[in-house]
Design a protein. Sequence first.
Length: 121
Amino acid sequence: MNFNRTALRTMSSTGTSTIAISAAAFLAVLLLWQTPLHAAGKSGEAGFKANCAACHADGGNIIKADKTLSRKDLHKNGIKTANDIVKLMRHPGPGMSTFDKKMVSDKDAKAIAEYVLKAFK
Ligand code: HEC
């Protein structure tokens, strides 16, 4: 009697975790599958999150507090267009990583720059 109940319980809990694992694997595949779409330049926001947000979370600047991505700071520092931002990614100031064309294509760089101009007021 007792043995049978335990066996039943074991069986059903194994069944549940198998479903959970399949669901997790399915989600992981879905995420992996979607990533190249963003990398291909569809979303400046995704590019920003992947490349810039480590230092510029929410448009701030964790290294140089007076060089945030707010419009006020950008204008103060002579950065007005998406092209200005792309140029900066290629030839950044001290403390910022360089993003060459191999890391971020011209198209992706432009999408990221346009996102920066739009997202942070
Ligand atoms: C390792 C940290 C780091 C990363 C990653 C980084 N930045 Fe920066 N960023 C900085 C620092 C530090 C400065 C200030 C450099 C200076 O003094 O000229 C800066 C400055 C800037 C500025 C000028 C801001 C102003 O007010 O003058 C822009 C625009 C900018 N970054 C955009 C980006 C973009 C777009 C990315 C991603 C493609 C990025 N940064 C990634 C650290 C970073």
